[in-house]
Write a protein that binds this ligand. Structure first.
Ligand SMILES: [Zn+2]
Length: 456
């Protein structure tokens, strides 16, 4: 059996992975709060943990892995969206959950075995909150129930920080009814216009953190193997999950895995910088989901991932070549051993892609095909876009830009530039025909993107 090594955030080192029960390997990943389209950064953990899910299924057998990812469908952001739009909360959460699954499927992500919606597990959360009160780890105050952070001595161990350091660095909500500013909400009262459920503490709704503790316990048991999510969830969300579950006497997760954040063209993605986009925006621009997945896989999950248009173009050109080869390959070949080994080494997806380059270079089309399937790059067989003659999306945009540049150079009598573009088209295998209406182009079979990029 393949030996898997994973970096455990809780111990800050790579460790051999030993499942509690190899006949049922269990993983929980924090899912989305459903009130809007998933942005590109939201998709990174989905691809990372889908890759791990595929590896675990490969090593332990597809029927011996249980993967749970929740939908947070009770949240103040959802309430605000409902108030803004006049739509019902259920309508919004149903629609955005469906969008999420469609968009993630376009990235080749398998659906988890369980996708619990928080609002369907309120009774189990109430039960856990009551248990925490009974054990002295939580208290009721003015219709709220709060977790008593100082009652759990290991609080902060995951991120390696002391409670006092965390108070200094965090935006903790100070409220008169809290014993300590670090205490966090397990339950809060709902006014009549907000979603609420009956509880021993009056009509209210759960805080965010308790849902993951309650649903992982119900679906995976007191202890399970892997808990994953984005780096931004480590504190406070994951620290709070650990505190809640451990104080109930549960072992909770053995291995904690966190992916680093995503940037766009070297900058943090933000609405004010104008570089904020959703997965759907990219798909609508003609960038195939397989290309997005490839770009994600090209960077190790514990490194910041920089999304660039150039990477997308290169990924498309590479995939186009590979699909052409894989299309000739027979089905049912073994997955290339070095690809499995690369993933088994703390998900070294960058190395796995280099191994695919080797296979393509060697012309081993059957193994290339099975290995691309294994990496989730052929979720629905050879994608239609790869069979079409012309390139889609980013490559076409680059060629059009260069044609416009050539036209400008000619108008401005910058013949050196115009000739350089003509020569680069010839070297790259772009066949350009000038017509009365402008220019038409097509790609020769040995199109080489790198020769065009050199021109920029
Ligand atoms: Zn969570």
């Amino acid at each position: 059996m393949t030996d898997i090594t994973l970096y455990n955030t809780a111990h800050r080192r790579k460790e051999p992975f030993r499942p509690i029960d190899p006949s049922n390997v269990r993983m929980y990943v924090c899912g989305p709060t459903v009130y809007d389209r998933a942005h590109l950064g939201n998709a990174r953990p989905v691809v990372v943990f889908d890759t791990l899910y595929r590896l675990l299924r490969h090593v332990y057998g597809a029927d011996h892995v249980t993967y749970v990812r929740n939908f947070t469908d009770v949240d103040d952001k959802i309430n605000a969206r409902a108030a803004e739009t006049g739509r019902s909360i259920r309508e919004i959460t149903d629609e955005t959950s469906r969008w999420y699954l469609d968009d993630m499927a376009a990235l080749g992500a398998l659906e988890p075995d369980h996708m619990p919606r928080a609002t369907e597990w309120i009774a189990q959360m109430v039960e856990m909150i009551a248990g925490l009160i009974a054990r002295g780890h939580a208290y009721e105050a003015e219709g709220h129930v709060l977790f008593r952070v100082r009652s759990y001595k290991d609080y902060g161990a995951l991120s390696g920080r002391s409670v006092d350091d965390m108070i200094a660095g965090a935006r903790v909500e100070v409220a008169p009814y809290k014993e300590d500013p670090m205490d966090f909400v397990l339950w809060k009262p709902s006014s009549d216009d907000l979603p609420g459920w009956d509880s021993p503490w009056g009509r209210g709704r759960p805080g965010w953190h308790i849902e993951c503790s309650a649903m992982s316990f119900e679906l995976l048991g007191e202890s399970f193997d892997i808990h994953g999510g984005g780096n931004d969830l480590q504190f406070p969300h994951h620290e709070n999950e650990i505190a809640q579950s451990r104080c109930m006497g549960h072992g909770f997760a053995n291995v904690w895995m966190h992916n680093e954040m995503l940037q766009v063209e070297g900058k943090k993605m933000s609405k004010s910088l104008g570089n904020f986009f959703t997965v759907r925006d990219l798909l609508d621009q003609g960038i195939p989901g397989e290309v997005i997945r490839f770009v994600f896989l090209s960077t190790h999950y514990r490194k910041p991932m920089d999304w660039t248009a150039e990477k997308a173009r290169e990924a498309e050109a590479t995939l186009r070549k590979w699909y052409r080869l894989a299309d000739q390959g027979p089905d049912g070949q073994e997955v290339y051993r070095p690809v499995v080994n690369a993933l088994a080494d703390d998900l070294n997806t960058h190395l796995a892609l280099s191994e695919l380059h080797q296979l393509a270079h060697a012309g081993d089309v059957g193994t290339l095909r099975s290995s691309m399937q294994f990496l989730g790059l052929m979720a629905d067989g050879i994608p239609v876009w790869a069979k079409e003659e012309g390139p889609s999306g980013e490559v076409a945009a680059l060629i059009e830009d260069l044609l416009a540049d050539r036209k400008r150079a000619r108008t401005e009598k910058d013949f050196a530039r115009a000739d350089a573009i003509r020569d680069a088209f010839a070297a790259a295998g772009v066949i350009v025909k000038d017509t009365a209406e402008g220019a038409e182009w097509e790609l020769s079979p040995d199109f080489d993107l790198a020769k065009l990029e050199a021109l920029k």
